[in-house]
Design a protein around this ligand. Structure first.
Ligand SMILES: Nc1ncnc2c1ncn2[C@@H]1O[C@H](COP(=O)(O)OP(=O)(O)OP(=O)(O)O)[C@@H](O)[C@H]1O
Length: 505
C-alpha cells in the first residue's frame, strides 16, 4: 500500500466532524491493508516513539521533491524501524542522516505528515476509540470483542491484524499475559455515598488514595511495574520491585496505587510521588504500595471472577499492603470509612460492586468514586503572560475539554488561580518548550499537558465554542500521569451545566 493513502485518509479524518465518517474512512483503509504499521500511523503512534526538537533542522532542510508518491507503508515502517535501531557513538548524526534519507523520498504532504507524526503533533491521540470501531467495521466483528482484545493486548495493530485474519475466534483467544500490562479499569463519579451504596448493592467501600496508579506483574523473580498509561517504570521503583518479589506466590498481577508518605503516615504532595517516575533519581523519597485488585494468581486469570473472589486472593497474597476498606457496610459505617479516609489526608472513597468482573479499560458504574471536591482534568491550550508580581511568567491558563470524536479540544475557561510560585516557574518552562505560537500576550501550545482543575460549577456561555464555561476554576495540580487523550470530554463538562444552576459540590 502506498504511504500517501495513509496521509490522505488521515487528512480526511481530520477534516470531518462526523464520527461515522471517520470510522468509515479508517475502516476502508484497515480493510485494504495487511501491514500493522498502517494502524499505528493513523493513530499517530509510530513504533519507534517520538523524536526531539533537535530533528527540526532535518525537517527544515529536506526539500520537497516533485513528482509522484512512491513510498509504501512498508518502506516507511522499515525506515523508522532502522532509525530506532541506530545507537552508540555518532548516533545523533547517523539518525539525522537516516531521517533525511526518508524525507528525500517523500512528497510534500507526506513530509508534512511524517514531521507531525514524529514530533507528536498529529494530535490524533483521542482517535483510539474511533479506530476500534473502524477495526470492528472492517473485520465485521462485534465492537465488544475488538475492545476486549485491545484492552488485553494494549496494541491496536495487533488487534487489527487478528481481527482481519482470524475474526472473533482469534480475538477471543487473547488472554492476559503476565508481563504485558492491561488497560486499567476506571471509575465513574457517584452522586453521593448513599446513592452509590443503593445502586451497587453488595459492595466494598475503600479509601481512595491520591497517588499514582500502578500495575505490577510478577513471574517468578521477574517483576515489572507499569503506570496508568501502561508506561514501564520498573527501573525507577526498586523498592516496589523488592516488595513484590517478597510476596508468597509464583506469578501475580496486582492493581493498586502508590504514593510517598510522610513520617506520620500522611500522603506527601502528588508532585513528589510523580517525581519518582521521571528521569531524575529522587530515591530518598520511598514509595509505598496500596493494592486494591488481583488480576492473576499462580497461573489462573481472575479478570472474569467477581471482585469478591479477587479481593480474597489479594488479601491472601498482599495482606498488609491491601488498601483499607470495608465490605458490605451499612450507611453509617460507610460514612465512617469516608470520614476516616478524609482525616487520613486521602481524597475520598471508592465504592465497588463485589459481584463485578474486572472490566479492563472501561469506565463503568461498577466502580464509583465519592470525593467531596469536584475536579476536571483539562488540556492546556495556551497561556497568557502575567503582569505585576507575575511579570515574565506564564500565568493565565486557557483550558480545553477533549472532543470525544477526536477533534481538537474545545476551550471552556481560563484560570490563574491556585498556582504556586514553584508551579508558575515550572509551567513557564514547560509551556514555552511546547509553544506553537507566541505573541506579546499569549503563548499557544501543543495540547499535551493535562491539568486538574477544581471548580464551583459550569454555566452556559456564548463565548466559548462548546457553549459552556467553568465557574471559579482553580488549579489543583498538573497530571503528568495522564495524556491528552484521557482528559475529560466536553460532554462531561456539559453534563455539569445541567446540575441545578450549574453548581456542584
Ligand atoms: N481504592 C481504590 N480503588 C481504585 N482506584 C483507586 C483507589 N484509590 C485510589 N485510586 C485511584 O483513583 C483513580 C480513579 O479516580 P479519579 O477519577 O479521581 O482519578 P483520575 O485518574 O483523575 O481518573 P480516572 O482514573 O478515573 O480517569 C484510579 O485510577 C486510581 O489511580
Amino acid at each position: 500500500m502506498l504511504f500517501s493513502e495513509v496521509v490522505e485518509t488521515s487528512a480526511a479524518v481530520a477534516a470531518t466532524r462526523s464520527r461515522l465518517a471517520k470510522v468509515a474512512a479508517l475502516a476502508g483503509l484497515v480493510r485494504r491493508s495487511t501491514t500493522p504499521a498502517v494502524v499505528s500511523f493513523l493513530v499517530g503512534a509510530p513504533s519507534q516513539g517520538r523524536v526531539g526538537a533537535g530533528f527540526r533542522t532535518v525537517f527544515d532542510l529536506s526539500v520537497p521533491p516533485d513528482g509522484e508518491a512512491t513510498l509504501t507503508v512498508s518502506d516507511v515502517d522499515e525506515a523508522l524501524g532502522a532509525f530506532a535501531g541506530i545507537s552508540g557513538k555518532g548516533a545523533a548524526g547517523r539518525r539525522a542522516e537516516a531521517l533525511a534519507g526518508l524525507f528525500s523520498r517523500a512528497t510534500e504532504s507526506e513530509q508534512d505528515f511524517l514531521r507531525r507524526l514524529l514530533t507528536g503533533e498529529l494530535r490524533q491521540g483521542a482517535l483510539e476509540g474511533v479506530m476500534l470501531d473502524a477495526i470492528a467495521k472492517a473485520s465485521d466483528v462485534p465492537g465488544e470483542v475488538v475492545r476486549r482484545a485491545f484492552m488485553l493486548s494494549g496494541s491496536l495493530s495487533e488487534t487489527a491484524s487478528a481481527a482481519l485474519s482470524t475474526g472473533v475466534e482469534g480475538l477471543s483467544a487473547f488472554r492476559l499475559q503476565v508481563g504485558r500490562p492491561v488497560r486499567p479499569m476506571l471509575a465513574s463519579p457517584a452522586a453521593s455515598l448513599p446513592e452509590a451504596l443503593a445502586e451497587l448493592g453488595s459492595c466494598v467501600v475503600e479509601h481512595k488514595l491520591d497517588g499514582a496508579r500502578i500495575q505490577v506483574h510478577r513471574q517468578g523473580d521477574e517483576v515489572r511495574v507499569f503506570t496508568r498509561t501502561l508506561r514501564e517504570i520498573t527501573a525507577s521503583v526498586p523498592e516496589l520491585v523488592e516488595l513484590v518479589r517478597g510476596l508468597a506466590c509464583d506469578s501475580v498481577v496486582l492493581d493498586g496505587e502508590t504514593l510517598a508518605l510522610d513520617d506520620s503516615g500522611k500522603p506527601r504532595p502528588f508532585q513528589e510521588t510523580m517525581s519518582r517516575f521521571g528521569a531524575q533519581d529522587t530515591r530518598e523519597l520511598l514509595l509505598s504500595p496500596f493494592f486494591f485488585d488481583c488480576l492473576h494468581r499462580d497461573g489462573v486469570d481472575l479478570l472474569d471472577e467477581p471482585l469478591r473472589a479477587r479481593l480474597a486472593a489479594l488479601r491472601d497474597i498482599a495482606g498488609e499492603h491491601v488498601i483499607p476498606g470495608l465490605s458490605d457496610p451499612d450507611g453509617d459505617r460507610a460514612a465512617a470509612v469516608l470520614d476516616e479516609a478524609l482525616d487520613a489526608g486521602h481524597e475520598g472513597v471508592m465504592v465497588k460492586s463485589l459481584e463485578s468482573v474486572y472490566a479492563a479499560g472501561r469506565r463503568g458504574r461498577a466502580w464509583q468514586k465519592v470525593k467531596p471536591v469536584h475536579t476536571l482534568d483539562l488540556v492546556v491550550l495556551g497561556v497568557e503572560w502575567g503582569s505585576g508580581r507575575r511579570k515574565g511568567l506564564l500565568s493565565n491558563l486557557h483550558l480545553g475539554a477533549r472532543d470525544p470524536d477526536g477533534g481538537p479540544p474545545m476551550m471552556v475557561g481560563k484560570t490563574f488561580k491556585g498556582l504556586t510560585d514553584e508551579l508558575l516557574a515550572w509551567q513557564t518552562r514547560e509551556l514555552l518548550a511546547i509553544a506553537t505560537d507566541k505573541s506579546e500576550w499569549v503563548v499557544e501550545v501543543r495540547p499535551e499537558l493535562v491539568i486538574e482543575i477544581e471548580l464551583d460549577g459550569v454555566q452556559t456561555s456564548t463565548r466559548y465554542p462548546g457553549g459552556v464555561a467553568l465557574r471559579f476554576a482553580r488549579v489543583v495540580r498538573y497530571r503528568p500521569d495522564k495524556d491528552a487523550a484521557e482528559a475529560d470530554t466536553i460532554d462531561t463538562v456539559r453534563a455539569l451545566s445541567h446540575k441545578a444552576g450549574g453548581a456542584i459540590g
